[in-house]
Design a protein around this ligand. Structure first.
Ligand SMILES: Cc1ncc(COP(=O)(O)O)c(C=O)c1O
Length: 476
């Protein structure tokens, strides 16, 4: 319901009433000298007092705000999350039975691994399709899921990521049919796709395509404060009681009202203005992405990703710029943009940068970005010799669940002695950000060769205690 903001209205009424605040939070809405920004936020920062409902037992304005949120995003039920999309992913995994097998993409966000540790579930990995040139994991495909499920018939749920960090969307309809054929739920980490419900020319939503549940990282694309997110349930979701308990267990007993209000306000805003802004943003992207792509030395993938099996849609607002024909790495391009053009992009890697445009960026912002790239490309022509990693080898045997691995005693060994050992830590090279090791997996010969390669090439690694891979944490 556009323009109606029950939670915000209740808070505003409380603030305007100017009560003597004898409750948490301790700051009581006081003024902090020297910080103008503090005051407005503090005035709305309250706690579960009469009239302001309780996220853990919503019956009043929070319940209404959640109902409106569900309506706006096409869900039967939506739960506000105050600890990011991560807590929605954790809650969904915890709501699965203990020891259940869950099928997830190998490049799933690290919150999945947190969820596996919390829940005790066992992962069955689906390999990802990659853009070989840029080294990016883009999607999982229906045939890969069929095959993995055929080999692991005990899998209780399919939990995929779509859109990817780079904006590529999976064939959710086909995946939902596969899951339904086995009577199991499809859940989707749709953290980067919360704007999709508001314009028909953006990719369809996971729930509309048959998913039982989806998680939105609202703060990524809505005007919502960082950490604001929501969990959306469709008619195919059945584990409501377990999910509510999990959400309760994993949510602070002091959820932030400013954060929840920002969700309430943003939902009303998106209903009223979302389509108009998304239309403008879509047209600007359609104009500027080909222009960036045509700058000598740069590459801005667009339609070609749609030719890749399994990719059914693209978020136009994710702008990935490869640097194959520059004498700069992506990291150097990122630094130049920051230093000389006051542009800060979302991420940089060896051979690309990723810019996230929003619904609110104007033509002049797109033009500034384009112009900066054009100038830099002219100054630094060349041939960026990308250190492309070989394809990440398939996961080794899962010897223990991530939870068992979490609690197991660990020690480190020189890499040379780690072949066939069980990993006690995660190792992922960026790009492509696909882990080659997850705690509890056996370090196969193939994985060991890959680790050796990463060590020799000085790849950018995340996860291990020793990022140069001199030693690896193992479990005996
Ligand atoms: C694909 C994906 N899923 C989940 C998350 C977790 O989101 P949050 O930071 O809101 O917890 C992220 C964060 O970047 C992400 O990229």
């Amino acid at each position: 319901m556009a323009g109606v903001t029950p939670l915000y209205n209740a808070l505003k009424a409380y603030r305007d009433h100017r009560p003597l605040r004898l409750h948490m939070p301790g700051h009581g809405g006081i003024r902090l000298p020297g910080c103008l920004e503090w005051q407005a936020a503090a005035a709305l920062d309250v706690t579960e007092i009469p009239g302001l409902d309780d996220l853990h037992q919503p019956q009043g304005v929070i319940a209404q705000a959640q109902e409106m949120l569900a309506l706006a995003v096409g869900a039967e039920t939506s739960l506000m999350l105050v600890n990011g999309a991560s807590s929605g992913i954790h809650s969904l995994l915890l709501a699965m039975c203990d020891n259940a097998q869950v099928m997830i993409p190998r490049n799933a966000h690290r919150s999945f691994y947190g969820g596996l540790v919390i829940s005790g579930a066992w992962p069955v990995y689906i390999p990802c399709r990659q853009d070989e040139e840029l080294g990016l994991a883009l999607t999982v495909t229906a045939p890969a899921v069929e095959e993995a499920w055929g080999n692991n018939p005990q899998v209780e749920a399919l939990f995929i990521t779509s859109p990817s960090y780079y904006g590529t969307c999976a064939d959710i309809e086909a995946l939902a049919v596969i899951a339904a054929g086995r009577g199991k739920p499809l859940m989707v980490d749709e953290a980067h796709g919360a704007h999709f419900p508001f314009h028909p020319d953006y990719p369809g939503t996971a729930l509309d395509s048959g998913a039982a549940a989806s998680v939105y990282g609202l703060h990524k694309t809505w005007p919502v404060f960082t950490q604001g997110a929501c969990l959306n349930l469709g008619p195919g979701f059945t584990r409501h009681a377990a999910l509510r308990t999990a959400h309760d267990l994993l949510t602070t007993t002091s959820p932030s009202y400013p954060l929840m209000v920002s969700i309430d306000l943003a939902r009303a805003y998106m209903e009223t203005y979302g389509r108009e802004h998304l239309e403008r943003a879509r047209l600007l992207a359609a104009e500027y992405k080909p222009r960036v792509d045509s700058i000598p030395g740069l590459k801005c993938p667009q339609g070609e990703w749609l030719q890749m099996p399994g990719v059914t849609g693209l978020d136009p607002l994710k702008v990935l710029v490869g640097v194959p024909g520059l004498s700069l790495t992506g990291y150097q391009l990122d630094a130049l943009l920051r230093r000389e053009y006051r542009i800060q992009v979302e991420m940089a890697a060896e051979n690309y940068i990723l810019a996230m445009f929003s619904l609110w960026h104007e033509r002049e912002n797109w033009q500034h970005f384009y112009h900066a790239l054009e100038e830099i490309a002219m100054r630094y022509p060349g041939n960026q010799r990308c250190r492309l990693s070989p394809v990440v080898p398939p996961a080794g045997e899962v010897v223990m669940s991530p939870r068992q691995a979490f609690f197991a005693a660990k020690r480190s060994l020189p890499l040379a002695e780690c072949r066939n050992r069980v990993a006690g830590e995660m190792v992922a090279a960026y790009p492509p950000g696909i882990p080659c090791l997850v705690p509890g997996e056996r370090i196969s010969g193939e994985v060991w060769d890959y680790l050796q390669y990463l060590r020799e090439t000085g790849a950018h690694i995340q996860g291990p205690e020793q990022p140069d891979l001199g030693r690896i944490v193992i479990i005996d």
